[in-house]
Design a protein around this ligand. Structure first.
Ligand SMILES: *Cc1c(COP(=O)(O)O)cnc(C)c1O
Length: 362
C-alpha cells in the first residue's frame, strides 16, 4: 500500500529528549536560565538585532505585545482577515477592535492600499501577517504607518528566518511574534518568541508576561502568567541548531514543486524576499475542495486549507466588509506538503498527483 504523505511533520529527536531530561533532573522547571539562554540565542540566530521575550504561546506573544504597545478598548488595529484567528483574537482580547483589510493577490499578505483605506481616527496600529513564511510588504506598510502615526506589529508566527531586502522579519515592527507550535518551522512544544523594538516595549512585555512584576510583589500593571517553562525552552534551543537546515530543505522542496507543477498557480516570491515556506500554497481556480479530496482518497497525499473561512466571517467577528482577494484566496488556496521530511519520491508523487488531477479537472 502507498504510504500516506502527511501535510506537516514536526521533527523531534534524541537531542531534544536529552535536553528535556537535563532540565527535569535539575529540579528547576519553570522559567529560568534555559528561557534566558533561548531568548538570547533566538535573537542571535535570526540576526534580529533586538531583544526577545519568550512566552507560552504565539497568541500570548501577540497579546503581551499589544498590551505593551498600549492598545486599549476603543482603539482599532488593522489586520488581515485571511489569517489564523489568533491575529484578530489577540487584538479583541485587549478590548480593541480588529479592522479587517484585504490582501494582495501576489503574496497573500496585507495590501498597503487596503490598509490606508481602512484607517480611521481610532486606528492606532496595523498588524501584517507574514503568511505562509513570505514577508509582507513592510517598506510600504512602514511608510503608511509613519504618515498616519500608527504602530506596526508583526505576526511572524509562520516566518522564522524570512527576510525582505536583507532585513529579517521580526526586526521591522514595535514588536514581532514567532510561534513555536509543533507544526511551525521550529517548535518548543508550545511557545512563542516576541521581539521588542524598544527597551520600553521589552520591559512592558516582561511585566505583562509575569503578573505585572519585575521585582517580586511590586506589581506595576495588571498582568498575566504567560511565562515559558525551562522544559520548553530547552527543546527550542535544540531546534534552533536545526532550523536553518530544515528551512533550506523546505526552500529546495518548494523550488522542485514550482518547477514541475502544472495546472495550478504556484506561490510567487517577491523581489528581494526570502520565503521560508512554512506552507507551500498553490491556487486551484477550479474545484479546490475536489482536488484536496482526490489527493487524499486516490493518492494518499495530505494537504491543508489555510484558511477556508476568513476571520471577518467567523462568529466572534462577523463584520460586513467586502474583501474580494480574501474571499478568492479562501476559495482557491491549497497547501501541499513541503516539510523537510519529504523524500524525492514523495515530491515526485505530489507533482504527478496534482498534475494528473489538474488536467482531469480542466
Ligand atoms: C500559529 C499562528 C498564531 C498563533 O500561534 P500559537 O503559538 O499557536 O498561539 C498566530 N498567527 C498565525 C498567523 C499563526 O499561524
Amino acid at each position: 500500500m502507498t504510504e500516506f504523505i502527511p501535510p506537516a511533520k514536526p521533527i523531534i529527536g534524541d537531542e531534544e529528549r536529552a535536553a528535556v531530561d537535563r532540565v527535569l533532573r535539575s529540579g528547576m522547571v519553570a522559567q529560568g536560565p534555559e528561557v534566558k539562554a533561548f531568548e538570547e540565542e533566538f535573537a542571535e540566530h535570526f540576526g534580529l538585532g533586538r531583544p526577545c521575550v519568550a512566552v507560552n504561546s504565539g497568541t500570548s506573544g501577540l497579546h503581551v505585545g499589544l498590551l505593551a504597545g498600549g492598545v486599549k478598548p476603543g482603539d482599532e488595529v488593522i489586520v488581515p482577515s485571511f489569517t489564523f484567528a489568533a491575529t484578530a483574537n489577540s487584538v479583541a482580547l485587549t478590548g480593541a477592535t480588529p479592522v479587517f483589510a484585504d490582501i494582495s493577490a501576489d503574496d497573500f499578505c496585507l495590501d498597503p492600499a487596503a490598509i490606508e483605506a481602512a484607517i480611521t481616527d481610532r486606528t492606532v496600529g496595523v498588524m501584517p501577517v507574514h503568511l505562509y513564511g513570505h514577508p509582507a510588504k513592510m517598506e510600504a506598510i512602514l511608510e503608511i504607518a509613519e504618515k498616519h502615526g500608527l504602530q506596526v506589529f508583526e505576526d511572524a508566527a509562520q516566518a522564522h528566518g524570512a527576510s525582505l531586502h536583507g532585513t529579517p522579519v521580526g526586526a521591522f515592527g514595535a514588536f514581532a511574534m514567532f510561534s513555536l507550535y509543533p507544526t511551525k518551522n521550529m517548535t518548543s512544544g508550545e511557545g512563542g518568541m516576541v521581539t521588542a523594538g524598544t527597551p520600553e516595549v521589552e520591559r512592558l512585555m516582561r511585566l505583562y508576561r509575569n503578573q505585572g512584576m519585575e521585582k517580586p510583589y511590586h506589581n506595576e500593571v495588571v498582568g498575566l502568567n504567560n511565562r515559558m517553562t525551562d522544559i520548553h525552552a530547552a527543546i527550542g534551543r535544540v531546534q534552533l541548531t536545526k532550523v536553518g537546515g530544515w528551512t533550506k530543505q523546505r526552500q529546495e522542496n518548494a523550488a522542485f514543486l514550482t518547477e514541475h507543477l502544472d495546472g495550478v498557480t504556484p506561490p510567487p516570491v517577491a523581489d528581494g524576499a526570502v520565503h521560508v515556506f512554512h506552507q507551500y500554497t498553490v491556487r486551484v481556480s477550479d474545484d479546490r475542495d475536489g482536488m484536496a479530496k482526490a489527493l487524499k482518497d486516490e493518492h494518499q497525499i495530505g494537504s491543508g486549507m489555510f484558511y477556508p473561512v476568513p476571520n471577518h466571517r467567523l462568529k466572534p467577528f462577523q463584520v460586513d466588509v467586502e474583501l474580494p482577494e480574501t474571499e478568492r484566496a479562501a476559495r482557491e488556496c491549497l497547501s501541499l506538503p513541503v516539510h523537510p521530511s519529504l523524500s524525492q519520491a514523495d515530491l515526485e508523487r505530489i507533482v504527478t498527483a496534482v498534475n494528473t488531477l489538474a488536467k482531469a479537472g480542466a
